[in-house]
Each structure stands twice: as structure tokens, then as C-alpha cells.
Ligand binder design. Sequence first.
Ligand code: FES
Length: 246
Amino acid sequence: MQFEIFLVSASYVSKRKFEALEESLVAANSAPTRVVRLEHEGDSLFAVLNEALHAGAKSIVLRPLGLPFSQSLRNWVPNAAADWLARQPLGAVQLSIAEDLDEDAELINFIANRPIKSQAIEPKIDGLNGNGWDEPPQFEHHLLVCTGPRCHMRGSFGLLTPLKTAVAQAGLSAKTLIASTGCLYPCNSGPILIHYPKGDWYQLNSEHDVQTFVREVLIEGKASKLKLPFSPHKTSVPQKSPQPAH
Ligand code: FES
């Protein structure tokens, strides 16, 4: 059985819109299908690959969905998927990745010539501004949780809710801003969390790590073994190696 996994790279798509897209793709595709977000939220690609294997897939096709799809993700995903494949029983499943949709001339022609339904936009003074977005927040702790592709693959999104819960249980919600971010660079040490204003970096691999971080760092103000041995004050953006995707 062939299982198909559409890959979406779009941080600012709402859950509702993403689920509607997923529903349409699953209904329209004759093969068993899942749609995976590579950043921000949702099941990780590894989790969905496992799901496909357990469903009895003998062939899994990864289908980048986007016009254009991120070039760096297109380069990275086969390697990440190969890492997953190397941990499966030999010959258990075939894995492949489809070509980019923007290389499909027929599809491009189809899109370019679709009838256009449009909505008029009228002039609006201050249309750029929203209500209540004027002042920086006065939080004691800023927690930046990376949900970029590599940390997402390592389960970072699944740690956000436990983190919010643990912070709330500690009575620190009013003092703590928790924000999910795109790639913060040290992907190989992910899932990454940065604690500001201290500027300390942490690797949180599990809900247990989240509990430990909140207790040791936020409540007790102690050093934690989860802290990574570098800080933003001692690092610089790599100049020679290619920047991570995203
Ligand atoms: S994806 Fe998290 S540090 Fe790069």
C-alpha cells in the first residue's frame, strides 16, 4: 500500500484553515493521505512516518506542497526522512519524495489561467495597525520555544502546552511570556528554548524536562542541567556554513 504525506511549510496558517486543507486533500486523494506542517504545530513528520508504517505502508511518498516550496526544506527533508528510515527494519518500506510543484509546467499553466474571483480593497487610514499592539509586555520571563522544522521534528510543538500548563501551575502566567519561534540556529541541540532576559539556552526533550525547567529555573532560580553550554552573547551567526532552512 502506498501512503502519501503532503508537507506544508507555513507558520502563519490557522489551525482551522490547515485542517480544512487537510480534509480536502485526504478526500481528494485515493491513497491513504496525511498532511504535515513542518513548523509551528501539529504532528511531526517522524510521528506521521511511524503512523504510515504501522498502517502497513510499503511505500511512502513525501509530497512538498507549496508554490514555491522552501528550497532549503526541500534539501533538508530527504536527509531527515533518511534518518528515520535508517531506524526502521531493513526493507520495511520504500521512501521517496515528489518533485516540486513549481517544476510542473502544466500545473503552473492551470493556475495562471484560472478564472479570478476577487474582493475589492478600499483605502483605510491606519489599516496597518491593530488595537492593543502598542506597548512591549512587562514580563519577568520571556520563553522562546523554537518550533522551526528541525525542532518540530524533535517534538518541540508538543512541549508548548505542557510548558504553559506548568507555568500556570507555578502561578507564573502573569509574569511569563511564552512565544513560539522559527529556527534559532542550533537545530542539532533541539528542541530549543531560550530564557530571556538571562539569555540562557535549554534543550527540552520531554514533558519531564519541561517540569524540571519550570521548577529549577523559573521557580527556584537555580542552574539546571538542561542548560546548553552556550549563550547568545558568546555566539555569532555562522558565516561560512549555509544558514538553516526557514
Ligand atoms: S529548528 Fe529549532 S533551532 Fe533550528
